[in-house]
Design a protein around this ligand. Structure first.
Ligand code: CA
Length: 179
């Protein structure tokens, strides 16, 4: 972690997902590792948060009701961990949890969930088009979806659109990749 005595919050790392909580440290390169560790930790926290919101949204769509046990099963996480995270998400204003009545996302929780789902769809489609097998595509998408910058996503989306509309180009590209 960052050494606190010299760390000063100078600026946000614009556009780096998860960097909002990180500090830029007075330009000393030897502290870069601390910065990197902070960004990675922050990204990990955001990834986890997004996965929960995504799972809750999807479960609600599928079943119309979401319990902690459902989330535990969907994310393969132990129930006490789910309870902590649900409390955390409620504190942050992303969901409402009523005893015996399950939980539902607030508008801001739903906005994040839909954003992750959209990222998932775009990345998954593009890398599947490039010939990545289903299982690898799923695993990679689950990772990339949390870190992709909106402008990169937009370009992925446009590329997928272009390839969808131009099957001959897609075929030539696939032939080239697999040659
Ligand atoms: Ca996910």
């Amino acid at each position: 972690m960052i050494c606190c005595s010299h760390s000063i919050p100078v600026a946000k790392l614009r556009g780096v997902p998860g960097a909002e909580n990180a500090f830029i440290i007075s330009g000393w390169s030897w502290l870069r590792q601390g910065l990197l560790a902070a960004i990675l930790q922050s990204r990990k926290d955001i990834s986890r948060l997004e996965d929960y919101l995504e799972a809750i949204y999807n479960l609600n769509e599928e079943k119309g009701y979401v319990s902690a046990a459902d989330i535990s099963e969907r994310l393969a996480v132990k129930p006490p961990t789910v309870s902590n995270m649900v409390r955390n998400l409620a504190d942050k204003g992303y969901l409402e949890h009523k005893r015996y009545r399950g939980m539902r996302l607030t508008a801001s929780g739903e906005r994040i969930a839909k954003s992750v789902i959209k990222r998932h769809q775009v990345i998954s489609e593009l890398i599947s088009m490039l010939g990545v097998d289903d299982q690898t595509a799923y695993i990679d998408t689950e990772g990339i979806e949390h870190h992709v910058h909106p402008s990169t996503l937009r370009r992925f989306e446009r590329l997928a659109e272009y390839l969808r509309e131009n099957p001959r180009t897609l075929k030539a590209l696939r032939d080239f990749i697999e040659r």
